[in-house]
Write a protein that binds this ligand. Structure first.
Ligand code: NAD
Length: 503
Protein backbone atom coordinates (compact mmCIF):
# COMPACT_ATOMS: atom_id res chain seq x y z
CA UNK A 1 0.00 0.00 0.00
CA UNK A 2 1.47 3.33 -0.96
CA UNK A 3 1.30 6.30 1.31
CA UNK A 4 -0.45 8.84 -0.87
CA UNK A 5 0.38 11.65 1.56
CA UNK A 6 4.10 11.13 1.02
CA UNK A 7 3.85 11.34 -2.76
CA UNK A 8 3.27 14.39 -4.86
CA UNK A 9 -0.35 14.69 -6.01
CA UNK A 10 -0.74 15.92 -9.59
CA UNK A 11 -3.75 17.69 -11.10
CA UNK A 12 -5.28 18.01 -14.54
CA UNK A 13 -5.28 21.37 -16.31
CA UNK A 14 -8.72 22.37 -17.62
CA UNK A 15 -9.86 25.89 -18.54
CA UNK A 16 -6.67 27.43 -17.17
CA UNK A 17 -7.08 25.78 -13.77
CA UNK A 18 -5.58 22.83 -11.95
CA UNK A 19 -8.36 20.40 -11.09
CA UNK A 20 -8.63 16.97 -9.49
CA UNK A 21 -9.95 13.94 -11.34
CA UNK A 22 -13.21 12.29 -10.33
CA UNK A 23 -12.82 8.68 -11.48
CA UNK A 24 -12.06 7.37 -8.01
CA UNK A 25 -9.00 5.59 -9.47
CA UNK A 26 -5.54 6.66 -8.34
CA UNK A 27 -2.82 6.34 -10.98
CA UNK A 28 0.74 5.89 -9.71
CA UNK A 29 3.74 7.50 -11.38
CA UNK A 30 7.03 5.69 -10.78
CA UNK A 31 10.66 6.71 -10.74
CA UNK A 32 11.95 3.80 -12.88
CA UNK A 33 15.47 4.17 -11.51
CA UNK A 34 14.30 3.32 -7.98
CA UNK A 35 11.12 1.41 -8.71
CA UNK A 36 9.27 3.61 -6.21
CA UNK A 37 6.08 5.64 -6.63
CA UNK A 38 6.95 9.33 -6.82
CA UNK A 39 3.63 10.95 -7.73
CA UNK A 40 -0.03 10.09 -8.01
CA UNK A 41 -3.02 11.49 -9.83
CA UNK A 42 -6.69 10.63 -9.77
CA UNK A 43 -7.44 9.45 -13.33
CA UNK A 44 -9.65 11.64 -15.51
CA UNK A 45 -13.11 10.10 -15.70
CA UNK A 46 -15.27 10.24 -18.82
CA UNK A 47 -17.08 13.18 -17.17
CA UNK A 48 -13.81 15.05 -16.58
CA UNK A 49 -12.86 14.38 -20.20
CA UNK A 50 -16.27 15.54 -21.47
CA UNK A 51 -15.84 18.73 -19.43
CA UNK A 52 -12.42 19.39 -20.99
CA UNK A 53 -13.95 18.85 -24.44
CA UNK A 54 -16.85 21.20 -23.65
CA UNK A 55 -14.47 23.91 -22.43
CA UNK A 56 -12.41 23.52 -25.61
CA UNK A 57 -15.55 23.70 -27.71
CA UNK A 58 -16.67 26.90 -25.94
CA UNK A 59 -13.24 28.47 -26.52
CA UNK A 60 -13.13 27.60 -30.22
CA UNK A 61 -15.09 30.44 -31.77
CA UNK A 62 -13.02 33.21 -30.20
CA UNK A 63 -9.70 31.44 -30.69
CA UNK A 64 -10.36 30.60 -34.33
CA UNK A 65 -10.89 34.30 -35.01
CA UNK A 66 -7.59 35.38 -33.50
CA UNK A 67 -5.40 36.27 -36.51
CA UNK A 68 -2.63 33.74 -37.23
CA UNK A 69 0.05 36.38 -36.70
CA UNK A 70 -1.25 36.95 -33.16
CA UNK A 71 -1.26 33.18 -32.53
CA UNK A 72 2.32 33.19 -33.79
CA UNK A 73 3.23 35.86 -31.23
CA UNK A 74 2.17 33.49 -28.44
CA UNK A 75 4.37 30.79 -30.01
CA UNK A 76 7.34 33.20 -29.97
CA UNK A 77 6.84 33.80 -26.24
CA UNK A 78 6.29 30.07 -25.64
CA UNK A 79 9.57 29.36 -27.41
CA UNK A 80 11.43 31.68 -25.00
CA UNK A 81 9.79 30.01 -22.00
CA UNK A 82 10.70 26.51 -23.18
CA UNK A 83 14.31 27.57 -23.67
CA UNK A 84 14.36 29.14 -20.20
CA UNK A 85 12.87 26.02 -18.60
CA UNK A 86 14.64 23.34 -20.68
CA UNK A 87 16.54 21.84 -17.74
CA UNK A 88 13.45 21.70 -15.56
CA UNK A 89 11.39 20.08 -18.35
CA UNK A 90 14.14 17.57 -19.13
CA UNK A 91 14.46 16.66 -15.47
CA UNK A 92 10.71 15.93 -15.27
CA UNK A 93 11.12 13.67 -18.33
CA UNK A 94 14.09 11.78 -16.86
CA UNK A 95 12.53 11.37 -13.42
CA UNK A 96 9.46 9.60 -14.80
CA UNK A 97 10.76 8.00 -18.02
CA UNK A 98 14.26 7.09 -16.87
CA UNK A 99 16.16 8.32 -19.95
CA UNK A 100 19.43 10.19 -19.47
CA UNK A 101 19.33 13.93 -18.87
CA UNK A 102 21.15 14.67 -22.15
CA UNK A 103 18.65 12.55 -24.07
CA UNK A 104 15.72 14.26 -22.32
CA UNK A 105 17.16 17.67 -23.23
CA UNK A 106 17.44 16.44 -26.80
CA UNK A 107 13.74 15.63 -26.99
CA UNK A 108 12.76 18.98 -25.44
CA UNK A 109 14.88 20.54 -28.21
CA UNK A 110 13.12 18.54 -30.94
CA UNK A 111 9.73 19.60 -29.52
CA UNK A 112 10.93 23.20 -29.42
CA UNK A 113 11.63 23.01 -33.15
CA UNK A 114 7.92 22.32 -33.77
CA UNK A 115 7.03 25.42 -31.73
CA UNK A 116 9.53 27.37 -33.85
CA UNK A 117 7.84 26.03 -37.00
CA UNK A 118 4.55 27.35 -35.59
CA UNK A 119 5.93 30.86 -35.13
CA UNK A 120 5.63 31.05 -38.94
CA UNK A 121 2.05 29.72 -39.02
CA UNK A 122 0.82 32.69 -41.07
CA UNK A 123 3.25 31.62 -43.77
CA UNK A 124 2.15 27.95 -43.57
CA UNK A 125 -1.53 28.95 -43.81
CA UNK A 126 -1.13 31.30 -46.75
CA UNK A 127 -3.35 30.18 -49.55
CA UNK A 128 -3.31 29.59 -53.30
CA UNK A 129 -5.00 32.13 -55.54
CA UNK A 130 -5.77 31.66 -59.22
CA UNK A 131 -6.82 34.73 -61.12
CA UNK A 132 -9.07 34.39 -64.18
CA UNK A 133 -9.97 30.72 -63.95
CA UNK A 134 -12.61 31.86 -66.40
CA UNK A 135 -13.33 35.36 -67.66
CA UNK A 136 -13.71 37.63 -64.63
CA UNK A 137 -13.67 34.67 -62.26
CA UNK A 138 -11.03 34.02 -59.56
CA UNK A 139 -10.50 31.06 -57.28
CA UNK A 140 -8.73 30.82 -53.93
CA UNK A 141 -8.26 28.41 -51.05
CA UNK A 142 -8.67 28.86 -47.33
CA UNK A 143 -7.40 26.40 -44.73
CA UNK A 144 -9.72 26.77 -41.76
CA UNK A 145 -9.48 25.11 -38.35
CA UNK A 146 -11.64 22.09 -37.53
CA UNK A 147 -12.77 22.80 -33.96
CA UNK A 148 -11.82 20.64 -30.99
CA UNK A 149 -8.88 18.34 -31.72
CA UNK A 150 -7.49 15.75 -29.29
CA UNK A 151 -4.11 14.14 -28.74
CA UNK A 152 -3.39 10.78 -27.07
CA UNK A 153 0.31 10.29 -26.40
CA UNK A 154 2.72 7.50 -25.35
CA UNK A 155 5.17 7.32 -22.46
CA UNK A 156 8.38 7.31 -24.45
CA UNK A 157 8.63 10.98 -25.47
CA UNK A 158 6.89 12.91 -22.68
CA UNK A 159 7.91 16.30 -24.15
CA UNK A 160 8.41 15.85 -27.89
CA UNK A 161 5.36 13.81 -28.92
CA UNK A 162 2.79 16.15 -27.27
CA UNK A 163 4.64 19.01 -29.01
CA UNK A 164 4.19 17.23 -32.37
CA UNK A 165 0.47 17.89 -31.88
CA UNK A 166 -0.92 20.78 -29.83
CA UNK A 167 1.33 23.63 -31.05
CA UNK A 168 0.39 22.89 -34.68
CA UNK A 169 -3.31 22.37 -33.94
CA UNK A 170 -3.54 25.51 -31.83
CA UNK A 171 -1.52 27.65 -34.23
CA UNK A 172 -3.98 26.59 -36.96
CA UNK A 173 -6.84 28.00 -34.84
CA UNK A 174 -8.17 24.82 -33.20
CA UNK A 175 -8.66 24.18 -29.52
CA UNK A 176 -7.16 21.05 -27.99
CA UNK A 177 -7.61 18.31 -25.41
CA UNK A 178 -4.34 16.52 -24.64
CA UNK A 179 -4.55 13.11 -22.93
CA UNK A 180 -1.12 12.45 -21.44
CA UNK A 181 0.40 9.06 -20.73
CA UNK A 182 -0.39 8.07 -17.16
CA UNK A 183 3.23 6.87 -16.80
CA UNK A 184 4.92 10.25 -17.47
CA UNK A 185 2.47 13.13 -16.92
CA UNK A 186 4.55 15.86 -15.25
CA UNK A 187 6.38 17.30 -18.26
CA UNK A 188 3.20 17.60 -20.36
CA UNK A 189 1.40 19.33 -17.49
CA UNK A 190 4.28 21.78 -17.06
CA UNK A 191 4.38 22.46 -20.81
CA UNK A 192 0.66 23.28 -20.60
CA UNK A 193 1.25 25.76 -17.75
CA UNK A 194 4.02 27.44 -19.73
CA UNK A 195 1.71 27.78 -22.75
CA UNK A 196 -0.68 29.76 -20.55
CA UNK A 197 2.18 31.83 -19.18
CA UNK A 198 2.94 32.65 -22.82
CA UNK A 199 -0.51 34.20 -23.18
CA UNK A 200 -2.74 31.39 -24.44
CA UNK A 201 -6.38 32.08 -23.45
CA UNK A 202 -7.99 29.64 -20.99
CA UNK A 203 -9.80 26.71 -22.55
CA UNK A 204 -7.70 26.56 -25.75
CA UNK A 205 -5.39 23.81 -24.39
CA UNK A 206 -6.79 21.42 -21.78
CA UNK A 207 -4.54 18.66 -20.50
CA UNK A 208 -5.74 15.57 -18.71
CA UNK A 209 -4.14 12.39 -17.40
CA UNK A 210 -6.07 9.21 -17.76
CA UNK A 211 -6.42 5.83 -19.40
CA UNK A 212 -8.96 3.96 -21.54
CA UNK A 213 -11.91 5.65 -19.82
CA UNK A 214 -10.73 9.11 -20.93
CA UNK A 215 -9.72 7.84 -24.38
CA UNK A 216 -13.14 6.30 -25.00
CA UNK A 217 -14.84 9.61 -24.21
CA UNK A 218 -12.56 11.33 -26.75
CA UNK A 219 -13.41 8.71 -29.37
CA UNK A 220 -17.17 8.93 -28.93
CA UNK A 221 -17.76 12.60 -28.02
CA UNK A 222 -19.32 14.26 -31.09
CA UNK A 223 -17.60 17.60 -30.36
CA UNK A 224 -14.15 16.14 -31.10
CA UNK A 225 -13.35 16.62 -34.78
CA UNK A 226 -9.88 15.09 -35.03
CA UNK A 227 -7.74 12.68 -33.02
CA UNK A 228 -3.97 12.33 -33.15
CA UNK A 229 -2.62 9.19 -31.52
CA UNK A 230 0.93 7.99 -30.97
CA UNK A 231 1.47 4.65 -29.25
CA UNK A 232 1.41 0.91 -29.77
CA UNK A 233 -0.16 -0.75 -32.82
CA UNK A 234 -2.92 -2.65 -31.00
CA UNK A 235 -4.23 0.48 -29.29
CA UNK A 236 -3.67 2.64 -32.39
CA UNK A 237 -5.69 0.34 -34.61
CA UNK A 238 -8.55 0.48 -32.06
CA UNK A 239 -8.35 4.28 -31.93
CA UNK A 240 -8.34 4.56 -35.72
CA UNK A 241 -11.33 2.25 -36.11
CA UNK A 242 -13.43 3.69 -33.27
CA UNK A 243 -12.61 7.30 -34.13
CA UNK A 244 -13.38 6.75 -37.82
CA UNK A 245 -16.63 4.99 -36.93
CA UNK A 246 -17.58 8.18 -35.09
CA UNK A 247 -16.68 10.29 -38.16
CA UNK A 248 -13.53 11.82 -36.78
CA UNK A 249 -10.38 12.51 -38.69
CA UNK A 250 -7.78 10.16 -37.17
CA UNK A 251 -4.04 9.79 -37.51
CA UNK A 252 -2.59 6.93 -35.46
CA UNK A 253 1.19 6.57 -35.40
CA UNK A 254 2.11 3.17 -34.05
CA UNK A 255 4.71 0.51 -33.34
CA UNK A 256 7.82 -0.41 -35.26
CA UNK A 257 10.62 -2.86 -35.95
CA UNK A 258 13.32 -0.79 -37.59
CA UNK A 259 15.94 -2.58 -39.69
CA UNK A 260 19.39 -1.25 -40.44
CA UNK A 261 21.05 -2.88 -43.43
CA UNK A 262 24.84 -2.96 -43.34
CA UNK A 263 26.42 -3.56 -46.75
CA UNK A 264 29.90 -5.14 -47.06
CA UNK A 265 31.29 -1.84 -48.39
CA UNK A 266 30.12 0.23 -45.38
CA UNK A 267 32.54 1.79 -42.92
CA UNK A 268 32.05 -0.89 -40.26
CA UNK A 269 33.37 1.08 -37.28
CA UNK A 270 31.10 4.00 -38.13
CA UNK A 271 28.22 1.54 -38.61
CA UNK A 272 28.89 -0.16 -35.28
CA UNK A 273 28.94 3.17 -33.37
CA UNK A 274 25.71 4.17 -35.10
CA UNK A 275 24.11 0.86 -34.11
CA UNK A 276 25.07 1.25 -30.44
CA UNK A 277 23.42 4.67 -30.14
CA UNK A 278 20.37 3.71 -32.20
CA UNK A 279 19.71 0.35 -30.51
CA UNK A 280 20.54 1.12 -26.88
CA UNK A 281 19.95 4.89 -26.58
CA UNK A 282 16.90 5.54 -24.39
CA UNK A 283 17.07 1.79 -23.51
CA UNK A 284 15.64 0.98 -26.94
CA UNK A 285 12.36 2.70 -26.03
CA UNK A 286 12.12 4.74 -29.22
CA UNK A 287 9.73 4.01 -32.05
CA UNK A 288 12.68 4.76 -34.34
CA UNK A 289 15.20 2.64 -32.41
CA UNK A 290 17.13 0.15 -34.52
CA UNK A 291 16.10 -3.28 -33.27
CA UNK A 292 17.31 -5.39 -36.21
CA UNK A 293 20.65 -5.22 -37.99
CA UNK A 294 20.67 -7.00 -41.34
CA UNK A 295 24.27 -7.85 -42.11
CA UNK A 296 24.90 -8.60 -45.79
CA UNK A 297 27.52 -11.36 -46.00
CA UNK A 298 28.99 -13.46 -43.17
CA UNK A 299 32.20 -11.45 -43.12
CA UNK A 300 30.21 -8.24 -42.46
CA UNK A 301 28.23 -10.02 -39.74
CA UNK A 302 31.34 -11.47 -38.04
CA UNK A 303 33.13 -8.12 -38.00
CA UNK A 304 30.06 -6.31 -36.66
CA UNK A 305 29.49 -8.83 -33.87
CA UNK A 306 33.18 -8.57 -32.94
CA UNK A 307 32.96 -4.78 -32.79
CA UNK A 308 29.55 -4.55 -31.09
CA UNK A 309 30.08 -7.15 -28.34
CA UNK A 310 32.54 -5.21 -26.13
CA UNK A 311 30.63 -1.96 -26.68
CA UNK A 312 27.34 -3.50 -25.51
CA UNK A 313 29.07 -5.14 -22.54
CA UNK A 314 30.56 -1.83 -21.40
CA UNK A 315 27.41 0.33 -21.65
CA UNK A 316 27.23 2.56 -18.57
CA UNK A 317 23.86 1.87 -17.00
CA UNK A 318 22.29 3.89 -14.22
CA UNK A 319 19.92 6.62 -13.10
CA UNK A 320 19.69 9.79 -15.23
CA UNK A 321 21.50 11.90 -12.65
CA UNK A 322 24.51 9.60 -12.20
CA UNK A 323 27.65 10.82 -13.99
CA UNK A 324 28.43 9.55 -17.52
CA UNK A 325 25.37 7.32 -17.73
CA UNK A 326 24.61 6.11 -21.27
CA UNK A 327 21.50 4.07 -20.67
CA UNK A 328 18.77 4.32 -18.02
CA UNK A 329 16.15 1.84 -16.85
CA UNK A 330 13.05 0.85 -18.84
CA UNK A 331 9.82 2.53 -17.86
CA UNK A 332 7.99 -0.04 -15.74
CA UNK A 333 8.08 -3.42 -14.06
CA UNK A 334 5.68 -4.82 -16.71
CA UNK A 335 7.93 -3.56 -19.44
CA UNK A 336 10.99 -5.12 -17.76
CA UNK A 337 9.20 -8.46 -17.45
CA UNK A 338 8.02 -8.37 -21.05
CA UNK A 339 11.55 -7.70 -22.31
CA UNK A 340 12.99 -10.56 -20.21
CA UNK A 341 10.34 -12.94 -21.58
CA UNK A 342 11.39 -12.02 -25.13
CA UNK A 343 15.05 -12.67 -24.31
CA UNK A 344 14.11 -16.08 -22.94
CA UNK A 345 12.03 -16.77 -26.07
CA UNK A 346 14.98 -15.82 -28.29
CA UNK A 347 17.28 -18.26 -26.50
CA UNK A 348 14.66 -21.02 -26.68
CA UNK A 349 14.18 -20.39 -30.39
CA UNK A 350 17.90 -20.98 -30.99
CA UNK A 351 19.32 -17.47 -31.46
CA UNK A 352 22.86 -16.87 -30.11
CA UNK A 353 22.81 -14.51 -27.14
CA UNK A 354 26.21 -12.84 -27.44
CA UNK A 355 25.63 -10.31 -24.65
CA UNK A 356 23.22 -11.12 -21.84
CA UNK A 357 21.94 -8.08 -19.92
CA UNK A 358 19.51 -9.95 -17.72
CA UNK A 359 21.67 -9.70 -14.58
CA UNK A 360 20.99 -5.95 -14.45
CA UNK A 361 17.45 -6.76 -13.30
CA UNK A 362 18.92 -7.53 -9.88
CA UNK A 363 19.38 -3.80 -9.21
CA UNK A 364 16.63 -1.68 -7.65
CA UNK A 365 14.47 -0.07 -10.30
CA UNK A 366 13.44 -1.37 -13.70
CA UNK A 367 16.81 -2.02 -15.33
CA UNK A 368 17.65 -4.34 -18.21
CA UNK A 369 21.21 -4.47 -19.53
CA UNK A 370 22.03 -4.31 -23.23
CA UNK A 371 21.41 -7.62 -25.03
CA UNK A 372 22.81 -8.71 -28.39
CA UNK A 373 21.54 -11.67 -30.40
CA UNK A 374 23.31 -13.17 -33.44
CA UNK A 375 21.85 -15.63 -35.98
CA UNK A 376 18.29 -14.41 -35.54
CA UNK A 377 15.81 -15.67 -38.13
CA UNK A 378 12.59 -14.15 -39.38
CA UNK A 379 10.34 -16.72 -37.69
CA UNK A 380 11.50 -15.86 -34.14
CA UNK A 381 9.39 -13.60 -31.91
CA UNK A 382 12.47 -11.47 -31.12
CA UNK A 383 12.45 -10.67 -34.85
CA UNK A 384 8.72 -10.32 -35.55
CA UNK A 385 7.62 -8.36 -32.46
CA UNK A 386 8.40 -4.91 -31.15
CA UNK A 387 10.22 -5.59 -27.86
CA UNK A 388 10.73 -1.91 -26.95
CA UNK A 389 13.84 -2.51 -24.87
CA UNK A 390 17.65 -2.72 -25.20
CA UNK A 391 17.64 -5.92 -27.26
CA UNK A 392 19.25 -6.00 -30.69
CA UNK A 393 18.91 -8.83 -33.21
CA UNK A 394 21.47 -9.46 -35.93
CA UNK A 395 20.07 -11.27 -38.98
CA UNK A 396 22.54 -12.66 -41.51
CA UNK A 397 21.69 -12.59 -45.25
CA UNK A 398 23.80 -13.23 -48.35
CA UNK A 399 22.63 -10.48 -50.69
CA UNK A 400 21.21 -6.96 -50.76
CA UNK A 401 18.04 -8.29 -52.45
CA UNK A 402 17.44 -10.62 -49.51
CA UNK A 403 17.94 -7.74 -47.09
CA UNK A 404 15.47 -5.52 -48.94
CA UNK A 405 12.89 -8.31 -49.07
CA UNK A 406 13.21 -8.85 -45.32
CA UNK A 407 12.46 -5.17 -44.61
CA UNK A 408 9.57 -5.09 -47.08
CA UNK A 409 7.99 -8.30 -45.76
CA UNK A 410 7.84 -7.05 -42.16
CA UNK A 411 4.42 -5.89 -40.93
CA UNK A 412 5.83 -2.59 -39.66
CA UNK A 413 7.23 0.20 -41.82
CA UNK A 414 8.22 3.06 -39.53
CA UNK A 415 11.94 3.68 -40.01
CA UNK A 416 14.88 1.97 -41.68
CA UNK A 417 18.46 2.72 -42.66
CA UNK A 418 21.13 1.51 -45.02
CA UNK A 419 24.85 1.87 -44.40
CA UNK A 420 26.85 1.76 -47.61
CA UNK A 421 29.37 3.74 -49.63
CA UNK A 422 27.61 2.88 -52.88
CA UNK A 423 25.20 5.51 -54.21
CA UNK A 424 23.55 3.10 -56.61
CA UNK A 425 22.56 0.70 -53.82
CA UNK A 426 21.43 3.56 -51.58
CA UNK A 427 19.26 5.00 -54.34
CA UNK A 428 17.71 1.63 -55.11
CA UNK A 429 16.98 1.17 -51.42
CA UNK A 430 15.40 4.59 -50.84
CA UNK A 431 13.23 4.12 -53.94
CA UNK A 432 12.07 0.55 -53.31
CA UNK A 433 11.83 0.12 -49.56
CA UNK A 434 8.29 0.07 -48.16
CA UNK A 435 8.99 2.20 -45.10
CA UNK A 436 7.98 5.78 -44.27
CA UNK A 437 11.29 7.21 -42.99
CA UNK A 438 14.57 6.13 -44.52
CA UNK A 439 18.16 6.90 -43.53
CA UNK A 440 21.25 6.66 -45.70
CA UNK A 441 24.18 6.32 -43.32
CA UNK A 442 21.85 7.87 -40.69
CA UNK A 443 20.61 5.29 -38.17
CA UNK A 444 17.58 7.19 -36.78
CA UNK A 445 16.17 9.30 -39.62
CA UNK A 446 13.60 11.29 -37.61
CA UNK A 447 12.37 14.08 -39.90
CA UNK A 448 12.92 17.63 -38.61
CA UNK A 449 10.05 20.01 -37.84
CA UNK A 450 9.42 21.37 -41.34
CA UNK A 451 9.22 17.84 -42.74
CA UNK A 452 6.64 15.35 -41.48
CA UNK A 453 6.94 12.20 -39.37
CA UNK A 454 5.09 9.01 -40.25
CA UNK A 455 5.48 5.35 -41.05
CA UNK A 456 3.88 2.97 -43.55
CA UNK A 457 2.03 -0.32 -43.20
CA UNK A 458 0.97 -1.17 -39.62
CA UNK A 459 3.10 1.67 -38.23
CA UNK A 460 0.49 4.29 -39.20
CA UNK A 461 -3.29 4.21 -39.60
CA UNK A 462 -5.17 7.05 -41.26
CA UNK A 463 -2.55 7.97 -43.83
CA UNK A 464 -1.60 11.34 -42.40
CA UNK A 465 1.89 11.99 -41.10
CA UNK A 466 2.41 14.37 -38.21
CA UNK A 467 3.83 17.97 -37.98
CA UNK A 468 5.26 20.02 -40.84
CA UNK A 469 2.86 20.74 -43.72
CA UNK A 470 1.14 17.34 -43.27
CA UNK A 471 0.31 18.49 -39.72
CA UNK A 472 -1.09 21.80 -40.94
CA UNK A 473 -3.26 19.91 -43.45
CA UNK A 474 -4.43 17.42 -40.82
CA UNK A 475 -5.55 20.19 -38.44
CA UNK A 476 -7.32 22.29 -41.09
CA UNK A 477 -10.12 21.83 -43.59
CA UNK A 478 -9.91 23.16 -47.08
CA UNK A 479 -12.41 25.65 -48.42
CA UNK A 480 -12.25 26.77 -52.04
CA UNK A 481 -13.91 30.02 -53.06
CA UNK A 482 -14.78 30.87 -56.63
CA UNK A 483 -15.82 34.47 -57.18
CA UNK A 484 -16.83 36.68 -60.06
CA UNK A 485 -15.93 40.37 -59.89
CA UNK A 486 -17.14 42.55 -61.42
CA UNK A 487 -20.73 41.55 -61.86
CA UNK A 488 -20.98 43.43 -65.16
CA UNK A 489 -20.62 40.36 -67.43
CA UNK A 490 -24.09 38.97 -68.08
CA UNK A 491 -24.50 35.69 -69.94
CA UNK A 492 -28.01 34.67 -68.90
CA UNK A 493 -28.74 31.43 -67.07
CA UNK A 494 -26.10 28.70 -67.49
CA UNK A 495 -27.23 25.06 -67.40
CA UNK A 496 -23.94 23.39 -68.26
CA UNK A 497 -20.71 23.19 -66.22
CA UNK A 498 -18.48 26.07 -67.25
CA UNK A 499 -14.79 25.58 -67.82
CA UNK A 500 -12.08 28.12 -68.41
CA UNK A 501 -11.85 26.92 -72.02
CA UNK A 502 -15.44 27.95 -72.85
CA UNK A 503 -14.64 31.66 -72.93
P1 NAD B 1 0.41 2.53 -25.50
O1 NAD B 1 -0.28 2.17 -26.75
O2 NAD B 1 0.36 1.59 -24.36
O3 NAD B 1 -0.22 3.91 -24.94
C1 NAD B 1 -0.39 5.03 -25.76
C2 NAD B 1 -1.57 5.84 -25.24
O4 NAD B 1 -2.76 5.07 -25.34
C3 NAD B 1 -1.43 6.24 -23.77
O5 NAD B 1 -1.89 7.57 -23.63
C4 NAD B 1 -2.33 5.25 -23.06
O6 NAD B 1 -2.90 5.80 -21.89
C5 NAD B 1 -3.40 4.95 -24.08
N1 NAD B 1 -3.92 3.58 -23.96
C6 NAD B 1 -3.24 2.47 -23.56
N2 NAD B 1 -4.05 1.39 -23.61
C7 NAD B 1 -5.23 1.81 -24.07
C8 NAD B 1 -6.47 1.15 -24.36
N3 NAD B 1 -6.61 -0.17 -24.19
N4 NAD B 1 -7.48 1.88 -24.84
C9 NAD B 1 -7.34 3.21 -25.04
N5 NAD B 1 -6.20 3.89 -24.77
C10 NAD B 1 -5.17 3.20 -24.30
O7 NAD B 1 1.89 2.91 -25.88
P2 NAD B 1 3.11 3.24 -24.90
O8 NAD B 1 3.55 1.98 -24.25
O9 NAD B 1 2.81 4.40 -24.04
O10 NAD B 1 4.21 3.72 -25.96
C11 NAD B 1 5.06 2.85 -26.64
C12 NAD B 1 4.54 2.55 -28.03
O11 NAD B 1 4.37 3.75 -28.76
C13 NAD B 1 5.50 1.71 -28.85
O12 NAD B 1 4.76 0.75 -29.57
C14 NAD B 1 6.13 2.71 -29.81
O13 NAD B 1 6.61 2.18 -31.01
C15 NAD B 1 4.99 3.62 -30.04
N6 NAD B 1 5.43 4.92 -30.52
C16 NAD B 1 5.24 5.20 -31.84
C17 NAD B 1 5.67 6.40 -32.34
C18 NAD B 1 5.46 6.73 -33.78
O14 NAD B 1 5.57 7.89 -34.11
N7 NAD B 1 5.17 5.80 -34.66
C19 NAD B 1 6.32 7.32 -31.52
C20 NAD B 1 6.48 7.01 -30.18
C21 NAD B 1 6.03 5.80 -29.69
Amino acid sequence: IINIMSTHLLKHFINGEKVSGSSGRILEVFNPATGKVSKTIEAASSNDTAKAIQVASDAFEDWSQVPPSKRAQIMFTYRELIIKHTDELAELVSQEHGKTFADAKGEVGRGLEIVEYCTAINNHLKSDFSADVSRGIDSHNLRQPLGVCAGIVPFNFPAMVPMWMYPVAIACGNTFVLKLSEKVPSCGLRLTELMHEAGLPDGVLNTIVGDKEAVDEILTNPQVRAVSFVGSTGVGEYIYQEGSKNNKRVQALCGAKNHMIVMPDADLEQSSDAIIGAAYGSAGERCMAISVVVAVGDETADKLIESLTPKVKSLKIGAYDEPNVEMGPVVSKESQEKIISYIDAGINAGADLKVDGRSETERDGFFVGGCLFDNVTSDMSIYTDEIFGPVLSVVRVSTYDEALKLVNDHEYGNGTAIFTRDGDTARHFTTNVKVGMVGVNIPIPVPVAMHSFGGWKRSLFGGSSIHGMEGVRFYTQLKTITSRWPSGIRKGAQFNFESGKDV
